[in-house]
Design a protein around this ligand. Sequence first.
Ligand code: HAM
Length: 493
Amino acid sequence: MHDVLPEAFRQQYQVAERVRVLLERAGYQAVDTPMLERSDLFLASFAQDAWQNLYAFQLHQRDLCLRPEYTASICRLYLDHYQRLPQPVRLQYAGPVFRYETPGRGRYRQHTQVGIELFGGQPRCADAEIVQLACEILQALHITTYRLELGHVGVASALMERLHLDRQAAHLLLTLMEQISRSPDGEQAARARLEALYPQTSAETRIVDRIEERPLSLNGQSYLVSSLLSGISLPFSDEDSRHEIAERFLWKIGRSEQRRHVFAALEFLRQLRGLAGSPPEVFSELQTLLSSYQLDDSPLKELERLVALVEASGVDSRQITLNLALGRGVSYYTGLLFEIHAPDEEGADLQLCGGGRYDHLVRAVGGTSDVRACGFAFGLERLIPLIPRDDFHIVEQRPVIVIPVGTHDLVYASAVARHLREEGLAAEVDVNGRGVSIGLRQAARRGAQFALIVGETEWQSNTVTLHDLESGEEQTVRREDLAEVLAGKVRIV
Ligand code: HAM
């Protein structure tokens, strides 16, 4: 977590404001949610790893946390305030989020997210709108070198359904997809985790091999297990406990089957990742892979249409990567997934934006039915270093320092400063109370061009003594003429 000093603060504010205006023009109304939420809001939407990154604590028997992102909070806000209004509902937000991650380059424990959520709309149109808007933001910020990575959760989930993976295994694989899709190392780490969760014992291997050699009916399997048990010189109290042991054994065998399917799914994801690349070439290769697994290619077709729309809005196809193994750390996505990456100042890859479609999240956080929705979020701290320096016009007025001669002149000094500020000039009162000559020296050190000396003579005659800190010249100016006199002289840096 970082302190934000004036220059960085100004830059963050300017960028957030530029994005806010752009999104408002596109119909997105700015909202905000409390930084503190009930922890269970994120239970429904997060994978276990992300869940472990929560800043969570108990207060007065309530489980609370600092928000780790906005999407789930905005869904809650939608349910509380917008669900009866006509769709589409377009919302934007900007603010701090907190994740207990290992800090690294561009990875902070508190960062600022700027994003949108779009509720309702026809999915194809809504998906295209949000991806185009994300690119439009980069264009408006003059960030031209970036890579748009598009994926779709539908392909991997269709395979898991076909393999009859149980819910736990499917959920786990979907959340490991991010790791798998990143690199061969990530895939190895995911494989090791699956190995630990779905271990294979040698006894199981032998049984499964026998079953695979000669597939048996359920009764046949029961018979096989029972006959194995009769070969064991263990006393069974009754027929029920023999049956229970047979069932447990079968459950273990079932788990071995899950293991086989989990690793088949992993292999499929590996192949998908291997085919990631720029359109249009990759479409036909992906098509071939999907048909070899007899999988429905409608997610691919959806992405093909999306790519055409994104290209038509000015994004070069070489900037687009299609990666059907793309996975994201959270598990709420149901369709389109996308990320935007760019090299940082040292050339290392940085994820600037992440988003996608999440049609079940509103129900998961308390809605009575599903609501179609999609959105994205940028990390503001990652965007700023990529914006050309010339874009930050820091218009800073050199301040005018009003120096009261004595403490009894403070009321008049404040009135003069207030009047100048009302006229749009930067004016500060010298609060050091150490007299005029030290006041003048400090005003020069502060970078001021002019000081206004105000004592009894001045407030009685409703004037000020204007002191030019560069030339040392002084002149008496009437208070009502002051703003006009200064406006022509104060330099802007
Ligand atoms: P996310 O990819 O986890 O997505 O975060 C969005 C963006 O926040 C990232 O692309 C990255 O730029 C920035 N970011 C994430 N973690 C850090 C960090 N530790 N330090 C600095 N920047 C970071 C979401 O949060 C989803 N809620 C996005 C979304 C909106 N999906 C649908 N709607």
